[in-house]
Design a protein around this ligand. Sequence first.
Ligand SMILES: *[C@@H]1O[C@H](CO)[C@@H](O)[C@H](O)[C@H]1NC(C)=O
Ligand SMILES: *[C@@H]1O[C@H](CO)[C@@H](O)[C@H](O)[C@H]1NC(C)=O
Length: 362
Amino acid sequence: MKLKLIVFCCLFILASGKVQKQAATNSWRDLIFGGKWLSPPRLRESKFLPIFALVPIGPGSCSAPSGEQGNCIPSKDCVLRNGIPAGPCGGGYGVCCIFLQTCGGVLRENSTYFVNPNHPDVYDGTGSCQVTIQKLHPDICQLRLDLDMFSIAPPEAANHLCNQDQLLISGGSPTPTICGSSTGDHMYIDAGLGQSNPIVLSVITSGTFPRLWRIRVTQIHCGSISRADQGCLQYYTAISGRVRSFNYNTMGGRQLSNQDYSICIRNERNFCGIQYNACPDLENNRSRAFTLSGNSNNPVPTMVGGGGATLPTTSGCVSDWLLIGCIRSADRIPPLPGCEDRVCGGTFSAEAGMLARTVQCK
Ligand SMILES: *[C@@H]1O[C@H](CO)[C@@H](O)[C@H](O)[C@H]1NC(C)=O
Ligand SMILES: *[C@@H]1O[C@H](CO)[C@@H](O)[C@H](O)[C@H]1NC(C)=O
């Protein structure tokens, strides 16, 4: 799949609805920026801490003054484990030990950062900078990557291909190749069961660009409540939030070509639906918060559905789309009988036209 136009996508999500029986679970995933309903969180045995228990002094997380998350451990352990002591923690009993690795490194500790050479300064070099992630334990099923800082060369202007710089992730579940700026975004990678193939993160660079990255890698136990559902590249668990595409930026961002992944939003207890709106765009006169094959300085309508063999390719979403189950306008009473799956164009709505609307799926 190829993208030809400047596109971005950012949606504000809000859980909605009254307490109801859980509707049948729909699941879907598709090109670009799929969405997927999830079944409610797996039931887990409740656990409580008896009030008499002595709480052992175990590793806890702490923050370094430079912003990294560290592990609060005894100072000599930090040195032995090749960590960087970053100030006292735990009431002075330990140090906030941060783990950083760059090109050629092996990530052996939970919450290790993969940073660019010269970090925190920029890196202008070319080649392949890669790190290998070693599971802490065979019972690690997933990794979460937090792109705390991420700015590498953007995609080229014609087809939006990442042909100068790329972040490549190999050895785990398939992940899209990204480039440009994606600070604040995250990804979940399935790491397989047991001692599977190591996962390798590579930043491939060519040409000159002031690159900066700091990616935190958290290891997730198979039974952890923080584990994302299978097949979800991104996973959100709050009752409201924002989802956006990689390299999203309403001023100069370009939607990346060849993306196909799912963003999952957990259906929280007592909520039975989700509403979606395009995010506000405070920078442009015409909102560019949602534009999929629809970028232009002139207004571009919403397109919905998959077109079809008999329809011209301009009346549906045939090359790029956002897919969100069965969506309808949230403000129509009674609701329209039909619903749509695919949305594209330059206006976010579940109905073809020029009017941006809140959409809902339930
Ligand atoms: C890694 O650290 C995170 C918190 O920073 C924690 O939730 C997770 O359980 C840790 N993983 C392992 C395998 O200890
Ligand atoms: C928005 O419109 C105003 C007035 O027409 C114009 O001066 C300004 O440059 C426009 N801004 C952008 C970002 O297009």
